[in-house]
Design a protein around this ligand. Structure first.
Ligand SMILES: CC(=O)N[C@H]1[C@@H](OP(=O)(O)OP(=O)(O)OC[C@H]2O[C@@H](n3ccc(=O)[nH]c3=O)[C@H](O)[C@@H]2O)O[C@H](CO)[C@H](O)[C@@H]1O
Ligand SMILES: [Mn+2]
Length: 266
């Protein structure tokens, strides 16, 4: 049995944690994809991040977009900066998701290995509602998907076709992880995204697309490479979902969106 270290409200002492990380003067690279109509989510995401995300630390946002002119001007706090990276337009949402792994791989390899101490990749269709700080840092960080927390492994929507590299048999699996949040030290995240990218390449060559795209591959990776820290669903809630009493605080949540209206294809 794996005694997974899950971060919940009241399980950490922020004073102690901040005392450790503040003296290290760390930089947290935060990667956000915003292609096509998803640029509309950037303003709320960034403004709320400035209120709640890693406040008091150096944060460097990397916004990967095909519409750099539409990235909103958001006032950033001290020690915080933002870089816009232009990328080609992709006209299938599945392709946008599948390609996230290789884009993160390139960014880490060519830019972040020496510049960042920690990395987070975050879905853009999201908002911060409360504190998200240094308690979330670790070598390899995953988040428990709000919709599957408490479900038995047979109910997890892992890839179940053995032909895919993301395949997980019915009697395996610890948790269902959301791909909206991936974190860790640059070299650890690099290994993750590189492995997933290679598995995605194999699937592509075999003309098979995992049921939940890169999320399926992430779940496969975390099954055999356990995260050193798990973030509770406080760190990846969903605005559409009612809050049960065991969730004391919603820190980060997916906003309500109309898929048909914002995605480039059905
Ligand atoms: C909560 C959670 O774990 N969400 C995951 C879930 O659905 P989601 O419904 O959350 O996926 P989504 O539509 O939000 O897409 C994920 C991310 O890709 C980017 N994007 C997507 C489409 C587009 O046209 N432009 C664009 O920029 C954007 O950063 C977005 O936040 O499953 C997806 C794979 O199917 C991803 O693994 C998501 O991370
Ligand atoms: Mn999303």
């Amino acid at each position: 049995m794996w005694l997974a270290p899950i971060v919940w409200e009241d399980t950490f002492d922020l004073t102690v944690i901040d005392a450790i990380y503040k003296q290290q003067n760390i930089t947290v690279a935060t990667i956000v994809f915003a292609l096509g109509k998803y640029v509309r989510f950037l303003k709320d995401l960034l403004e709320s991040a400035e209120q709640h995300f890693m406040v008091g630390y150096r944060v460097h946002y990397y916004i990967i977009t095909d519409l750099p002119d539409e990235v909103p001007a958001v006032t950033l706090g001290e020690g915080r900066q933002l870089t816009v990276i232009k990328t080609a337009t992709l006209n299938r949402w599945q392709e946008i998701l599948l390609r996230r792994m290789e884009r993160i791989e390139n960014l880490i390899q060519y830019e972040l290995l020496n510049k960042a101490d920690y990395i987070f990749s975050l879905d853009v269709d999201s908002k911060f509602y409360a504190h998200w700080g240094a308690e979330s840092l670790g070598d390899l960080v995953g988040v428990l998907h709000a919709w599957f927390f408490g479900s038995s492994r047979g109910q997890f929507t892992y890839e179940r076709r053995p032909e895919s590299q993301a395949y997980i048999p019915l009697d395996e699996g610890d948790y269902y992880y959301g791909a909206a949040v991936i974190g860790g030290r640059p070299e650890k995240v690099l290994k993750l995204v590189k492995t997933c990218r290679m598995q995605l390449d194999v699937d592509r060559a075999n003309k098979i697309e995992a049921v939940w795209q890169e999320e399926s591959h992430l779940n496969k990776y975390f099954l055999y490479n356990k995260p050193t820290k798990l973030l509770s669903p406080e760190y990846l809630w969903d605005d559409r979902k009612q809050k049960p009493s065991f969730i004391k605080v919603v820190r980060f949540s997916q906003v309500v969106k109309n898929y048909a209206e914002i995605r480039p294809n059905p």
